[in-house]
Design a protein around this ligand. Structure first.
Ligand code: ZN
Length: 165
């Protein structure tokens, strides 16, 4: 099922989301939410999607294949990345500035500074621990999506924002 998107200025986009327990992750409600968020992300041509963007303030986000390095999952896997209760910390000195957009902020893009390299701790869609080092594009997207779960939309951090067609 394709879910309707929540867009600014909806106040819930700026509220921190609830962490999920393993039992909650395995519940039919959350499993269905994951199953619906993935096609919603692709349909809307997003690279990632966080649950608050579909009106559910829980700490769950999905990241699409476009941002996942080829060697991230076992060979020939076509999985998307599901992160629950994710946190990140920087593991390098470098900060990079990239152009970002967001499905919750239609018609705009902006330049955002992010850590070049981060360590991410999360749970997967089965509630099992998932930790990884991310660099480049995945690092950028993981920070953008994790921020959503803490009530931060990229325009809150952007150095410049402009309109697109
Ligand atoms: Zn976003």
């Amino acid at each position: 099922m394709i879910l309707p998107l929540t867009k600014i200025p909806t106040p819930s986009l700026h509220e921190p989301s609830q962490a999920l327990t393993k039992d909650e992750i395995l519940s039919p409600k959350i499993q269905k939410l994951i199953q619906d968020m993935i096609p919603t992300m692709y349909r809307e041509k997003g690279i990632g999607l966080a649950a608050p963007q579909v009106g559910v303030n829980v700490k769950l986000c999905v990241i699409g294949k476009e941002a996942i390095p080829e060697d991230f999952f076992p060979k020939d896997s076509t999985k998307d990345l599901v992160l629950i209760n994710p946190t990140y910390k920087r593991t390098g000195k470098r900060v990079v500035q990239e152009t970002e957009g967001c499905l919750s902020v239609p018609g705009k893009q902006g330049k955002v500074k992010r850590y070049r390299q981060v360590h991410v701790d999360a749970l997967d869609e089965q509630g099992n621990p998932l930790s990884f080092e991310a660099g480049g594009y995945l690092a950028h997207v993981a920070q953008h999506e994790t921020d959503h779960l803490n009530g931060i939309v990229y325009i809150d951090k952007a150095e410049t924002i402009w309109e697109i067609e």
